[in-house]
Write a protein that binds this ligand. Structure first.
Ligand SMILES: Nc1ncnc2c1ncn2[C@@H]1O[C@H](COP(=O)(O)OP(=O)(O)O)[C@@H](O)[C@H]1O
Ligand SMILES: O=c1ccn([C@@H]2O[C@H](COP(=O)(O)OP(=O)(O)O)[C@@H](O)[C@H]2O)c(=O)[nH]1
Length: 264
């Protein structure tokens, strides 16, 4: 057993001769407890690693967004008709308030543009027809984007999800894939008359280069919106999460109202 210097200096000969020092005993017990704790921690961490490896074999989905994150992501869904100004406002909000802007439509268009994408055809055929792309594709893109932003330097945890969910299938897929890893705090609903939407979209078509900003596809998008997306907004309205934004106003007025809501 080690001897402490205080005991040795004050009565070295007597403590050595008796072979016992109370302070050294205390130190010994303390370090023994620390060693046992250390070994226990090592054991726990290696068995957790094994569990993780097992999970990886069973299901690749478990190694992602929730890892070592203390609380769920904060999410705001931004919904409303095509051309209501969702993208415009999300852009401003992300620049000024630090929320990340994830546009489901932009993610789909980016995936479609990849040279080696196997999903390009299915995405393109649906967008060109004003229909909703299969939910599992959109949710996977959103989930990957959230993970990536969380893993990045900024450790992003606040997301404005623009243009999603647009259908019951979207909601089901979101619940399955993201579920309680994200807390959908608020649903911003941009309300705007159809004639205003049409003229905005036609104006946008002059520079957007989007295949769906033509009058025929715009009409189909309105139908899809009314048939599939409105019921989702109504569902969120019932559970009290919807904040209605009158979107037929200047960009500044709309921005001020949303800024106040998100700043609450
Ligand atoms: N409050 C507004 N007043 C007038 N034009 C707007 C307003 N908000 C957006 N716009 C314009 O309308 C078009 C559609 O806006 P965008 O943000 O792309 O809509 P969404 O993302 O809802 O489809 C864009 O050309 C944009 O510049
Ligand atoms: O969650 C989404 C978001 C977009 N889209 C497709 O992408 C198009 C454009 O959507 P975006 O949100 O970019 O534009 P918006 O219709 O709001 O102007 C839609 O019409 C759909 O075909 C989709 O299928 N699921």
């Amino acid at each position: 057993m080690a001897h402490c210097s205080s005991c040795s200096s004050s009565s070295s000969s007597s403590s050595q001769s008796r072979g016992f020092c109370p302070f050294s005993l205390f130190l010994f017990i303390g370090s023994a407890i620390a060693s046992v704790r250390y070994l226990k921690r090592r054991e726990q961490s290696s068995s957790r690693k094994l569990d993780d490896d097992d999970d990886d074999d069973d299901d690749d989905d478990d190694d992602d967004v929730e890892e070592d994150r203390p609380s769920p992501f904060r999410v705001v869904f931004v919904l409303g008709g095509p051309g209501a100004g969702k993208g415009t406002q999300c852009q401003l909000l992300s620049e000024n308030l630090g929320w990340a802007h994830l546009s489901a439509g932009d993610l789909l268009r980016a995936e479609r543009a990849k040279a080696d994408s196997k999903l390009a055809d299915v995405i393109n055929s649906n967008i060109s027809a004003g229909r909703i792309v299969p939910s599992e594709i959109t949710v996977e893109l959103l989930r990957n984007a959230m993970e990536e932003m969380y893993s990045g330097e900024n450790r992003q945890t606040k997301f404005l999800i623009d243009g999603f969910p647009r259908s019951e299938g979207n909601v089901i897929a979101w619940n399955e894939v993201v579920g309680n890893r994200a807390n959908v705090e608020t649903v911003l609903f941009f309300e705007c008359p159809e004639d205003v939407l049409t003229s905005r979209l036609l104006e946008r078509s002059k520079t957007s280069g989007r295949v769906d900003d033509t009058i025929d596809v715009i009409r189909k998008r309105f139908d899809t919106y009314k048939e599939e997306s409105m019921p989702i907004i109504e569902m969120y309205e019932k559970d009290g999460r919807v904040k209605k934004i009158i979107a037929d106003r200047s960009m500044e007025e709309v921005y001020k109202e949303i800024e106040a809501i998100l700043g609450e």
